[in-house]
Design a protein around this ligand. Structure first.
Ligand code: FAD
Length: 383
């Protein structure tokens, strides 16, 4: 009997594994792929996410340091840069492998190449079946990301408004050309993909180029990325990879008796920017912390205490994610396209970057816009 089985060795599962291992829980982490494995991603690891880790990210994993952004809407573009670092750009296969190694070093058991096929709650334990074996655990964290259906043992399936589709590719380029293109920033282009955006992120010797939008508004994502690539002068044939991303805000069931969801499986992604790594890492850590407190309490084990997980996640980032959906809806649904204003007012973008850096949140940002609103913004947007 394990104290904890973690399903999935992505950032959320690894973060949970490290906390559980350090707390001395008898822990098994099961991952279906061999590591390092490819994961479609822009590769922006925010400093907000890095700050959750109790170890440094080595220089060889960091491909670029990001201080700002260029935001475009049709033919309008605006730039904003901060004097502090907002994020770094990484390749996910390397980052995820490094995070898993840091979980392993705490002494937890890790099984790669093993797929969990079902999970069910028993009376006082959970049964985990894989393609190789059956395990019993007092608690299970499902950290399987956005594509696997195991999470639906705890929460209902997302509808087409609640998840997004992303298509991403890598465009090789010389370092010098990349540096000239956008210095230490990332480029986001709105108005190109149904209620989402297209991105160009500068890595070491390639751009990550992608598009993502709400599934119900993106009937043919492959043609959208092909157009996006061409419009930006990327004319070769590229290897396109698709992936699903949660974008339905915050409210979901994330606990079922002894089973918890974390990371993308719990839907913890910013509905406007698509940032998920910070919330994957932190929710995995919180899940393991709460389970460790219960296990350490010994014979008086009270499963009701798992609700602490919900409370702590909401306290730390829940409101931010909830209002990310409100903000996304205002930006994408409001008539007259707020993006015209967004891409003309430097002050608005400067404040937005504070939200991206998690120095402010969406609720404060919306309040700031209301209090500072000037009719001139609308006139500028219309011009
Ligand atoms: C195209 C794209 C671009 C993105 N860009 C960014 C970005 O730039 N910055 C950012 O912060 N976020 C970004 N995100 C979001 C980010 O990738 C996710 O939020 C993050 O990967 C979530 O981590 P996770 O550990 O929850 O899930 P994952 O990283 O998906 O890891 C889940 C793991 O579980 C394993 N697994 C699945 N099913 C099973 C099973 N049945 N048995 C065993 N193992 C299983 C998988 O193999 C995988 O290794 C992007 C997402 C997409 C789709």
């Amino acid at each position: 009997m394990y104290d904890l089985v973690i399903v999935g060795g992505g950032p959320s599962g690894s973060a949970a594994g490290r906390v559980a291992g350090k707390a001395g829980l008898k822990t098994l982490l099961i991952e279906k792929e061999d590591f390092p494995r490819y994961k479609p991603c822009g590769g922006a690891l925010s400093d907000h996410a890095i700050n959750y880790l109790d170890f440094d990210i080595p220089g060889e994993i960091i491909e670029k340091e990001i201080y700002g952004c260029r935001i475009c809407f049709h033919d309008q573009a605006i730039e904003s840069f901060k004097d502090y670092r907002i994020s770094v750009l990484v390749t996910r296969s390397k980052l995820d492998n490094f995070l898993l190694e840091n979980a392993k070093e705490t002494g937890i058991e890790v099984h790669l190449n093993e797929k969990v096929t079902s999970i069910s709650n028993g009376n006082d334990h959970v049964i985990v079946c894989t393609n190789r074996s059956v395990y019993e655990a007092r608690f299970v964290i499902i950290a399987t990301g956005s594509q696997d259906s195991l999470k639906n043992t705890v929460r209902r399936k997302d509808n087409k408004k609640e998840y997004g589709i992303c298509i991403v590719t890598e465009v090789e380029e010389d370092k010098e050309v990349i540096n000239e293109y956008i210095r230490n920033g990332v480029e986001l282009r709105f108005g190109v993909a149904g209620r989402g955006y297209g991105w160009i992120f500068p890595h070491d010797n390639h751009y990550s180029v992608g598009i993502g939008g709400v599934a119900g508004c993106l009937p043919d994502p492959k043609s959208v990325i092909r157009d996006f690539l061409k419009e930006n002068g990327f004319m070769d044939k590229y290897d396109l990879k698709g992936h699903v991303i949660p974008c339905g805000g915050y409210k979901r069931n994330i606990i079922d008796r002894r089973i918890l969801l974390s990371g993308d499986a719990a839907g913890f992604v910013d509905a406007f920017t698509g940032e998920g790594l910070a919330y994957a890492i932190r929710s995995g850590q919180i899940a393991a912390e709460v389970i460790s407190d219960i296990v350490r309490s010994g014979s008086g084990e009270n499963v009701e205490q798992l609700k602490e997980y919900e409370r702590k996640c909401y306290l730390e980032f829940g409101e931010h994610l909830k209002y990310s959906l409100t903000f996304a809806r205002i930006m994408h649904n409001f008539p007259g396209s707020p993006f015209k204003i967004f891409t003309k007012e430097k002050e608005i973008i400067d404040q937005f970057l504070e939200v991206v850096a998690f120095r402010s949140n969406y609720k404060q940002y919306l309040k700031w816009i209301l209090f500072n609103f000037r009719p001139g913004w609308i006139l500028k947007g219309l011009s």
